[in-house]
Ligand binder design. Structure first.
Ligand code: GRF
Length: 215
């Protein structure tokens, strides 16, 4: 199966590029229907254009969260989307927005990548805080989004060792390289129905269906 996704970004868009490149190389069965950014001039826009993907720029400056989200929801709803993929989107999504993108099991169809081994170091400075703390093992997390910040069912994690001679830059670069591998891989696993989280819930759906049928 191929999945239709929208990617939401605010910055340079290197994860977006990794996703688009994986698709171009036939490693990811997905179609990026839309790249939506909240920051005019974000690098993600150039990357989307390079790969011929439709873009939408919806700046949040001068708008309430609700006003901004209504525009975002309207734009996203123009497309038949299986998942919304956050890739450095620096806005917290309200439960109102999330409730517009719910699957039949009640999970939000929104996925995020975070630069730490959650639940450690949530927030916008994942790599910086892990590095400053002096962790020996760092990592990245791909998770389903829920109403809390950097929280929700974990789909995958990958760890990396801090090297004795690491600078913050080399530490971040190693993490980012892993992000670029893991995000397309998780999306591909989802497209193939192969992430254990989804299998578990698909299995409980089947059980529920059987029980309903027995009654
Ligand atoms: C990544 O480190 C991602 O984990 C975090 O924001 C950063 C986005 O980088 N959520 P990019 O825009 O994909 O290059």
């Amino acid at each position: 199966m191929s999945i239709n996704i929208a990617v939401l970004a605010s910055g340079r868009g290197s994860n977006l590029e990794a996703i688009l490149e994986a698709i171009a190389q036939g490693k990811l069965d997905a179609v990026v229907k839309l790249v939506l950014v909240n920051v005019p001039g974000a690098g993600a826009l150039d990357i989307a254009t390079k790969y011929g993907v439709a873009t939408a720029v919806i700046p949040n400056a001068g708008m309430t969260r609700k006003e901004h989200e209504e525009k975002v929801i309207a734009e996203l709803k123009k497309h038949e989307l299986d998942f919304i993929v956050l890739a450095g989107y620096m806005r917290v999504l309200s439960s109102h927005l999330l409730s517009n993108f719910k699957d039949s099991r009640g999970f939000f169809k929104v996925i995020n990548i975070h630069p730490s081994l959650l639940p450690a170091f949530p927030g916008v400075r994942g790599y910086e805080e892990a590095f400053e703390y002096g962790v020996k093992v760092a990592g990245v997390t791909v998770h389903l989004v829920d109403e809390k910040v950097d929280h929700g069912p974990i789909l995958a994690q990958a760890a990396f060792d801090r090297q004795p001679d690491d600078t913050l830059e080399s530490f971040k670069a190693r993490g980012l390289k892993i992000e670029h591998e893991i995000y397309p891989q998780v999306l591909q696993a989802i497209a193939k129905g192969g992430v254990s989280f989804f299998q578990r819930h698909a299995a409980s759906d089947v059980t529920a269906d059987r029980e309903t049928a027995r009654r």
